[in-house]
Design a protein around this ligand. Sequence first.
Ligand code: UTP
Length: 297
Amino acid sequence: MVNKAIIPVAGWGTRFLPATKAMPKEMLPIVDKPVIQYIVEELLEAGVYNIIFVTGRHKRAIEDHFDLNPDLELHLERAGKKKLLGEVRKISHLVNPIFIRQKEQKGLGHAILTAKATLGSEEPFIVSLGDIIIKGINTIDIMRQIYHRYGKSVIILFEVPRKDVFKYGIAKVRKIDNDTFLVEDIVEKPSPQEAPSNYAVVGRYLFTPTIWEKLEKTKPGKGGEIQLTDAIKELLKEEAVYAYKIDRNSVFDTGNKLDYLKTVITFALEREDINGELLEFLREKIEEKAKEKDKKD
Ligand code: UTP
């Protein structure tokens, strides 16, 4: 059973500055729950309770979020706010977190490598990125099923428009059946001309321990960072890597402003306590903007 996961959350979050100067981007709220909680809940639903967070400076809020907060709990208890108390307690009781520091932000590959001594180098493990929410499908379960069948590493992919391939790791794949593929090659942030496909890596991985030696040998690549994609490219020379393609509509990238806002709106529109008025507000805004545009034209 693959039951340990690493969540790297040590990045700078520069695309969200100044909001992320003193606060982790993983704590940005999606309505009333921080992004990181969605990532953790996907792991918990799949029975993965041992989670190693690779954190950095300014990331203390993540540690506090998964810890007990006796003062707050007492306050909620005294105020009779039972539902909220339940929510607050649930978070700290379910997860068994370990926090380690990546002292210098040398890239995603380096962040994962930082967890090696804590996780151990003998067993397969999961990596979930701290800013990508996946909705409506449990990718952890899927990766484990594929791992149990083939005994090899697994990554999750989704299709992106060709013009956007430069933002992602892009995989060249060969179909095995329906949505399962064998990875033939992988490139970090290629130009649309160089890209071997439009299948992008989504931020969910299950690795065999062979990845450790590949990460150790990986030199800084794109952007001067130790890239996980480059280590996977090396892994491919030695072992098969499988991939599973999920629907584009299941992927919510909260690491950039526009997709973050789309995520908040999508999740808010599903919340019965607020969706009626929100929809009304959005309709008014759209009409207002359309009128403004007509005036200009
Ligand atoms: P990103 O490039 O998306 O995150 O890295 P970032 O660096 O925080 O954001 P920008 O680009 O500056 O806006 C993907 C994941 O890898 C982690 C990030 O926290 C994110 O979850 N990461 C990245 C690390 O943990 N350490 C690093 O050195 C780099």
